[in-house]
Design a protein around this ligand. Structure first.
Ligand code: ZN
Length: 279
């Protein structure tokens, strides 16, 4: 007689020893009838599920998914197998929400007892809420970056504007300074022109004065010659001496005028060369 260890399909108790020769036996915990064929099916199903769980824990999600598919063929009403596939999907595509109408999830939900169902619903809700929260955080981060970029752009524009204003202000200052400098130069030029005119008037006055002296000297010289016939010697000598003095005055005035012209003329025509020609 062979003894086999099986799981009770009613209460789930494991390790129930039954005789393989008999077609059915009884559960030692709940007393339910255990059919050998059914017990073997359950045992095979448990083995598949156990393997699938191990694959999942080892992160071999494709293997786990294939294992759960096989388990579904053996136990189409077993909610754990459907839930196993849902878990694989959550692990493999962590950014894709679980849809309530998705066949694996809806079957896990439909075939599960209330406690397990509540746990499934809770896990799926948490999972979906996590995706939403991450998306919101990412959107918030994106908005923050956009805002920062916009502010930076504004700051650059503002700086550019201020720089332009500063340059324009500098330009205005330079223009103003240049204008004032031109005014100053024009004033100086007017002053120089005035001085030159005054100098020319002085020279003309001197020339006129020299002409007067020349006429006086000639007249006095003629007078002294005419007076010789009168033979009044003191008057003749006096006239002659005065005439000589006027001639001398005329000659000295001529020299002074020449000296003035030599000193001042070059300075006015050519200010740079003035000192060279001067002394
Ligand atoms: Zn039992």
């Amino acid at each position: 007689m062979a003894i086999e260890s099986v799981t009770c399909p009613d209460c789930g108790a494991t390790g129930i020893q039954i005789d393989t020769a008999r077609e059915h036996s009884f559960c030692s915990y709940c007393g339910a009838t255990i059919h050998m064929e059914e017990a073997r099916r359950i045992a095979a199903l448990e083995k598949l599920k156990s393997d699938a769980r191990q694959s999942f824990d080892a992160r071999r999600y494709d293997d786990a998914r294939a294992g759960w598919q096989k388990a579904i063929q053996l136990g189409p009403m077993d909610h754990e197998s459907y839930w196993g596939i849902v878990r694989c999907q959550m692990a493999q595509f962590p950014d894709t929400p679980i849809d309530q109408t998705q066949s694996e999830y809806s079957r896990a939900w439909a075939y599960s007892p209330p406690e397990a169902r509540a746990a499934y619903v809770q896990q799926v809700e948490d999972y979906n809420a996590g995706i939403l929260a991450r998306q919101q955080v990412a959107a918030e981060e994106q908005r923050r970056i956009e805002e920062e970029r916009r502010r930076e752009q504004q700051r650059i524009e503002m700086e550019k504007y201020r720089e332009q204003q500063r340059i324009a202000e500098e330009q205005r200052c330079i223009e103003k300074e240049r204008y004032l400098e031109q005014q100053r130069i024009a004033g100086e030029q007017r002053q120089i022109a005035k001085k030159a005119a005054a100098f020319r008037r002085k020279i003309v006055a001197r020339k006129v004065f020299r002409v007067v002296l020349l006429v006086l000297a000639i007249l006095l010289s003629l007078a002294s010659l005419v007076l010789i016939s009168s033979r009044v010697w003191p008057i003749i000598i006096f006239t002659f001496v005065v005439a000589g003095a006027v001639w001398f005055w005329w000659f000295m005035a001529g020299r002074k005028t020449k000296k003035l012209l030599a000193l001042d003329q070059p300075e006015e025509d050519n200010p740079e060369g003035g000192n060279r020609h001067g002394n």
